[in-house]
Design a protein around this ligand. Structure first.
Ligand SMILES: Nc1ncnc2c1ncn2[C@@H]1O[C@H](COP(=O)(O)OP(=O)(O)OP(=O)(O)O)[C@@H](O)[C@H]1O
Length: 332
C-alpha cells in the first residue's frame, strides 16, 4: 500500500511555477529521497505533504488523508525535521524533548531519543548553547519522539560532522527496520545512495527521474573503466575504444556501454607493451554522476521556470520520467 500518493501536484508563487505537475508514490515502509538543485521545489513539495503549505493543483494523499485538511489527527501520525527549526532557546534539551513528547498520544521515551541522537551529555544544556550540528540532532530528536508512522526529513544531516552523519544514518536505518516510512531531501548523493530505496530527481519543479539509486536513469548509462596510464604513455597512445575517454593527468576514465570489449582491448594493448594498468577498476556510474547527467540533460538551469505569464497557468509540457516499481524494505 502507498503511504504517499502525489498526483499532478502544482504550486506557483506569482508567475513562478515552483512545482509543476509532479506525480510519485511512496510505499509503506519505504525510504524515499527527493533530490534536486537549489530551488528545484523539494521543500515546497515536502511542505505541502506536511500540510504546511497550500497547493494550487493536483491530488495528495498521505497515510490515507489529505494533509491540507487532516488537522491534528494527521499531525499526530507524522514527524517533521525541518531545515531551519525555530527553537525555544531557553529550554534545556531534555525539557524540549519532553514538551514535544507531550503533544503525541504514543510518544517514544524522551531519554531514549536523546541518547539515540547522541545528545545524552547535553540533555541539561540550554538550547542556545548548542552548536549548529547539535541543534540539528535536536531537530531529529523532536521529529522522532512522537513515534511517527511517516517521517519527513528535510536535509537531515546538513552541518553534521562525519561521525554524527553516520550515526544519523544508523538511526534512520533503525527506523526503517521498525517500518517507519521516510521521505527525505538531501544534497548528499552518498546519503541518498546509502539510505534510500528509491530517489526522485526534481528540476525546475518537474520530476526528471524516479528509481532505485543503483538503476536511476535507466540501464543505458554504461559502466566506467578507470585506470592509471602506464608511464611514458599519453591518452593519445591508447587504442580505439567504443567508450568515451576522459583523462585527468595519468588518471583515465572510459564511460562505455561495452565494458568487456573495451577491457579486452585495453588489457591486450597493455600486455603488448609489457606495461601494467594500475588501479584498473570497472564500476557503474555513481549516483552523483547519474544525477549530474540528468540535471544537465534536462537543461542544467538550477531554478524553476517562470510560468507562461498568468499567475496560475496550466502545467506545460513535461520532461520524460523513468520510474521503477516501488521497492519497500532494505535494498540488498
Ligand atoms: N514563499 C515563497 N514565495 C516565493 N517564492 C518561493 C517561496 N518559497 C519558495 N519559493 C521559490 O520556489 C522555488 C522552489 O523553492 P524550494 O524551497 O521548494 O526549493 P528546494 O528544492 O527546496 O531548494 P533548496 O535545495 O535550496 O532547499 C525557489 O525558486 C524559491 O525561490
Amino acid at each position: 500500500m502507498s503511504a504517499v500518493i502525489v498526483d499532478g501536484l502544482r504550486k506557483h508563487y506569482g508567475p513562478l511555477h515552483a512545482v509543476d505537475g509532479v506525480s510519485f508514490t511512496v510505499a509503506e515502509g519505504e525510504v524515499f529521497a527527493l533530490l534536486g538543485p537549489n530551488g528545484a521545489g523539494k521543500t515546497t513539495v515536502v511542505e505541502i505533504l506536511e500540510g504546511h503549505r497550500d497547493r494550487d493543483g493536483g491530488a495528495v494523499s498521505v497515510l490515507g488523508l489529505d494533509p491540507a485538511t487532516g488537522g491534528r489527527a494527521y499531525r499526530e501520525r507524522i514527524g517533521i525535521v525541518l531545515q531551519e527549526a525555530g527553537f525555544e532557546e531557553e529550554f534545556t534539551v531534555a525539557e524540549l524533548v519532553r514538551l514535544y513528547a507531550g503533544f503525541y498520544p504514543h510518544p517514544r521515551r524522551p531519554d531514549e531519543v536523546i541518547e539515540q541522537v547522541g545528545l545524552a551529555d547535553k540533555q541539561d544544556a540550554r538550547v542556545r548553547t548548542l552548536s549548529g550540528g547539535q541543534k540539528r540532532r535536536l531537530d531529529l530528536a523532536l521529529g522522532l519522539v512522537g513515534r511517527p508512522e511517516l517521517l519527513f526529513l528535510d536535509e537531515p544531516t546538513t552541518g553534521f560532522d562525519p561521525s554524527a552523519r553516520h550515526r544519523a544514518w544508523e538511526l534512520i536505518d533503525g527506523l526503517r527496520a521498525l517500518g517507519t516510512t521516510i521521505l527525505l531531501t538531501t544534497h548528499y548523493m552518498d546519503e541518498a545512495q546509502h539510505l534510500a530505496d528509491r530517489v526522485a530527481v526534481l528540476r525546475q519543479g518537474r520530476l526528471v527521474a524516479v528509481g532505485a539509486p543503483d538503476t536511476l536513469g535507466g540501464s543505458g548509462r554504461g559502466s566506467v573503466l578507470s585506470f592509471q596510464l602506464p608511464e611514458g604513455t599519453t591518452p593519445a597512445d591508447l587504442p580505439v575504444l567504443s567508450g568515451t575517454v576522459e583523462a585527468h593527468g595519468a588518471a583515465v576514465a572510459v564511460r562505455t556501454g561495452q565494458p568487456a570489449r573495451d577491457m579486452h582491448t585495453l588489457t591486450g594493448w597493455a600486455l603488448e607493451r609489457g606495461a601494467e594498468l594500475t588501479s584498473l577498476t570497472l564500476s557503474r556510474p555513481s549516483l552523483e554522476d547519474v544525477y549530474l547527467d540528468l540535471i544537465e540533460e534536462a537543461g542544467g538551469r538550477s531554478g524553476p521556470l517562470p510560468g507562461p505569464g498568468a499567475a496560475c497557468g496550466p502545467a506545460t509540457g513535461k520532461a520524460p520520467v523513468t520510474e521503477d516499481t516501488p521497492a519497500p524494505g532494505r535494498r540488498s
